[in-house]
Design a protein around this ligand. Structure first.
Ligand code: ATP
Ligand code: MG
Length: 408
């Protein structure tokens, strides 16, 4: 059965968590199966802490493109499989070099690993035993043990040997959902979808919360957030999206005569509502797309006053990143083009001429105490619309009831 082309998927950081290893591997395997569902010919199996995908005739390139995005996979290696016997391994090595279709002089070396100790040749011996016939068959090849163009790796295990020369980096991180659940405050901007993806990459299961001020903000602004959630769902599977009606609260704040505190007040109300939703959904933290110093509400002083409104930890994956770095990730993950669509967000709409960069907590609390904030927050939570967004290309708004059932 040698020479079957396979992909070997290596899982990384999870080794840190010794006793969780088996569970984590299972989560990744499940995720891989889900991603490969449209390609039933491709088969997945788990062996000695690794996952293998047999391509079953599906383009390896296509599969690699999908599998690179599976959280917890560190790299992907297209392997030739051979019997754990020298002849079979040499045959696979020759084929692999053949596929490189050498045109000019090329350097190489063999790096063999004997994982299965009863194999009769040591790793050192194998380097020669495999390297020599490969050299004889390929006059363009020269050995260079320091900086070879091709490193031909061989790994001998009890049931099979693997030969490969290419290691393709994948996204890494923790398996999806393996580090608990948190609420992502998702605006229509560039930052928060990136913060969401980075949180998912660290193993958080996210639920999105979006504040919507209809009719000040349009249906299209809401649709944009649904579409952004759908892109994120492409990386982790279906995601709950809570759309909170924010018009009443926002309008109330405009009557306080405290224009420069508008953003501070709105953010605090958003945090309070998100905290309630987190309690309902058993979320243990709130994620935002804030980045230090980016705008007035993201100075250290502002963050301080804003975050007093919740007791939950606030996770800010982007806090130390520059806009350029954030934009780069948003382009890579496919949210950028949606994010730059011009539909207004509820905050941009009410942004004052000179927002406070150093708001005073006592004044903010005083202003809040003049309003029936608690009642308004309660109403907003009760009237929150919940959707479950699945990966896919549809841009249709999802029917709440049907999706709710689907989630259960
Ligand atoms: P983004 O690009 O994510 O909108 P930003 O740099 O424009 O971020 P702000 O608009 O000040 O910054 O928002 C800071 C954070 O507050 C956002 O990253 C997001 O987490 C949250 N946020 C802002 N507006 C909303 C909203 N309408 N609904 C949900 N969360 C929001
Ligand atoms: Mg914004």
């Amino acid at each position: 059965m040698h020479n079957i082309s396979r992909l070997m998927l290596r899982m990384g950081e999870i080794t840190l968590k010794g006793k969780n290893r088996g569970r984590f591997e299972k989560v990744i395997a499940e995720h891989v199966r889900e991603i490969l569902r449209p390609y039933p010919q491709a088969r997945v199996h788990r062996e000695y802490g690794r996952l293998y995908v047999e391509t079953g005739g599906v383009s390896a390139e296509l599969l690699i493109g999908l599998l690179r995005n599976v959280f917890g996979i560190v790299d992907i290696i297209p392997v030739k499989q051979a019997e754990p016997e020298l002849d079979s391994i040499i045959q696979a090595a020759l084929e692999l070099i053949g596929e490189h279709a050498l045109q000019t002089e090329t350097t190489f070396k063999v790096t063999a690993r004997r994982v299965w100790k009863p194999f009769p040749h040591s790793s050192q011996d194998m380097n020669h035993l495999i390297g020599s016939p490969v050299l004889r068959a390929n006059p363009l090849l020269k050995v260079d043990v320091r900086h070879p163009d091709i490193e031909l790796r061989v790994e001998v295990r009890e049931n099979a040997a693997y030969v490969y020369s290419q290691i393709i980096p994948a996204v890494g991180g923790f398996p999806r959902g393996s580090n608990g659940r948190a609420m992502l405050m998702l605006s229509g901007g560039i930052d928060s979808p990136v913060a969401g993806w980075q949180s998912m990459k660290r193993g958080l299961e996210i639920e999105c919360v979006h504040f919507h001020s209809y009719p000040f903000t349009s249906e299209r602004a809401k649709q944009k957030v649904i579409d952004l959630t759908r892109v994120l769902a492409g990386y982790g599977g279906k995601i709950k999206l809570h759309v909170v009606p924010f018009t009443e609260i926002q309008t109330a704040f405009t009557t306080t005569g405290q224009d420069n505190l508008m953003i501070t007040l709105m953010r605090r109300a958003m945090l309070r509502i998100t905290t309630r939703l987190a309690e309902q959904q058993k979320g243990l933290a709130i994620i935002t797309g804030e980045s230090l110093g980016q705008v007035a509400s993201q100075t250290l002083n502002s963050m301080n006053v804003i975050e007093r409104a919740t007791e939950l930890p606030i996770l800010r994956p982007l806090v130390m990143q520059s806009k350029d770095e954030i934009i780069q990730v948003s382009q890579q993950i496919g949210t950028y083009d949606l994010s730059i669509l011009p539909y207004e967000d509820c905050c941009t709409l009410f942004v004052p001429k000179s927002p406070a960069t150093n708001p005073n907590l006592r004044i903010v609390e005083k202003v809040e105490s003049f309003l029936d904030l608690e009642e308004m927050i309660q109403r907003a939570v009760e009237q929150t619309e919940v959707m479950v967004i699945e990966a896919g290309s549809s841009t249709e708004s999802s029917s709440t009831e049907a999706m709710e059932e689907d989630w259960l």
